[in-house]
Design a protein around this ligand. Structure first.
Ligand SMILES: Cc1cc2nc3c(=O)[nH]c(=O)nc-3n(C[C@H](O)[C@H](O)[C@H](O)COP(=O)(O)O)c2cc1C
Length: 434
């Protein structure tokens, strides 16, 4: 409902020859017309648009509409690629099949208008390709984090979403959820606390509403799956199967398990159970998102790998709280919430570093990535890709700037590819005993 100005009082002459109903109807008609004029003034719409709620095909498009149309028409967009068959996870080197992917990309990029546009991009010609999860090869290692980028389409008005390695959509549950009571966001030093509460339209509606938009945007989509039982996770994946742009699933296991009230992600057994069930439902790569609130996050990571996970995201938000000292109450409607932003980056890098030494599957780093150097920290700690989350609230261009920065780093350091920095800060792997 748009903001409404207080109604102007209009004196209407009383016609005693008419019934009360007739007079009221006439007055209501007059008010309807005024309403339409007010709405049109407020929204910059024509009267016809205000009346029907539909865009007027003859009207000149607004500046924003022109920008959005240009973004949607951008010629260099590549159709999203599904993961390609690859056996080994990699730290540093891509398996052989990567060469054929690059070959295909080159052939695709050969159309004159495409190559003209792509040539203008700072990342063009720089090898930023990574395997973000087993079987999920992305053109660059920069993703957006779930819950901080809507469904992607909202940001298409501001940035060229197709330049991203992939987007991760808002946590999707089987049924629609209205989310938590207010307040849901509180600022903290170098971060924010949130308790959004998985507000989303439900799996069926997400698939119905965004399938075409995602395909049109030309970006790979990783669906963030949430639930309160193993069946919930399986249901969401079932509903999203076959959606063209969807290339993988990321399981948000930071939800309480209804039976025991324990977070799925806190218990290696529960985390493995949900991973196994989802793996049985889909052929797409399954990435499990680790919670830093687990007593032993490395044990959870190992359990997920053993259960068949194709990758891990490290990390989700860190539990935290702020108190409103005037009201003497917690600020967030739910009391506690999830801390994100630069404040949690050292925790996230530490967990990435520990998990990278414990598992062989690729890791996607998340937590406070704001610029290129932050992304490099994660990559050097063993992550194969990064997600940019909270930073996009302050600067929607942040993920694009990180892509450009990584391209400049590869070029500036004479590297063959960004993969050459993955895991370089990890301790040397001990030689196996002879
Ligand atoms: C407002 C908000 C909503 C979020 N919603 C989700 C979600 O639905 N599912 C999920 O797995 N993570 C969610 N997250 C966590 C982020 O995806 C990310 O893991 C975390 O914020 C750390 O990254 P950052 O510091 O770059 O934001 C949310 C974070 C924020 C700030």
């Amino acid at each position: 409902m748009p903001w409404r100005r207080a109604r102007r009082k209009v004196e209407r002459p009383v016609d005693v020859s008419r019934s009360i109903e007739e007079s009221l109807e006439e007055a209501a008609e007059g008010e309807e017309e005024e309403d339409l004029v007010e709405l049109a003034e407020l929204d910059g719409a024509t009267i016809a648009e205000a009346a029907t709620g539909e865009p007027d095909p003859d009207r000149e498009p607004s500046d924003l509409a022109i920008k959005l149309q240009n973004a949607l028409d951008a010629p260099h967009r590549e159709p999203p690629r599904r993961g390609l068959e690859s056996e080994a996870p990699h730290r540093g080197r891509l398996p052989q099949s990567a060469a054929s992917v690059r070959e295909t990309t080159r052939v695709k990029a050969a159309a004159p208008s495409e190559s003209a546009h792509a040539a203008a991009l700072p990342e063009t010609g720089v090898d930023l390709e990574v395997e973000a999860a087993r079987g999920l090869r992305l053109k660059n290692p920069v993703l957006t984090a779930s819950g901080t980028f809507g469904q992607g389409v909202e940001y298409a008005e501001l940035i060229d979403v197709s330049r991203l390695g992939a987007i991760v959509n808002k946590g999707t549950t089987p049924a629609a959820r209205p989310g938590n009571p207010q307040y849901r966001i509180a600022e903290t030093p170098s971060g924010i606390l949130n308790s959004i509460g998985l507000e989303n339209p439900g799996a069926t509606e997400v698939a119905r509403k965004y399938a075409k938009a995602w395909a049109d945007l030309g970006v790979s989509v990783i669906v963030n799956v949430a639930g309160y039982s193993v069946d919930d996770y399986v249901y969401v994946v079932h509903e999203l199967e076959g959606t063209p742009a969807v290339v993988a699933y990321e399981l948000n296991i930071s939800c309480p398990n209804v039976k025991g009230g324990m977070l799925f992600g806190c218990d290696p057994g529960l985390a493995a159970e949900v991973t196994r069930a989802v793996k049985a439902e889909t052929d797409l790569p399954v990435i499990v998102k680790l919670t830093p609130n687990a007593p032993d996050v490395v044990a959870v990571a190992r359990a997920c790998e053993e259960a068949g996970a194709d990758g891990l995201t490290a990390i989700n938000t860190v539990l935290g709280m702020r108190i409103d000292t005037k009201r003497r109450r917690p600020i967030l409607g739910t009391g506690s919430g999830g801390l994100s932003g630069p404040a949690i980056r050292p925790i996230a890098v530490h967990i990435t570093y520990q998990v990278a030494q414990a598992v062989a599957i690729p890791i996607i780093g998340a937590g406070g990535v704001t610029n290129t150097d932050d992304a490099l920290e994660f990559l050097m700690a063993g992550a194969s890709a990064v997600q940019v989350g909270t930073a996009t609230f302050a600067d929607p261009l942040a993920p694009i700037k990180v892509i450009e920065g990584l391209a400049a780093y590869v070029g500036g350091h004479g590297l063959a590819s960004i993969r050459d920095v993955i895991g370089v800060a990890l301790p040397p792997t001990p030689e196996p005993d002879d």
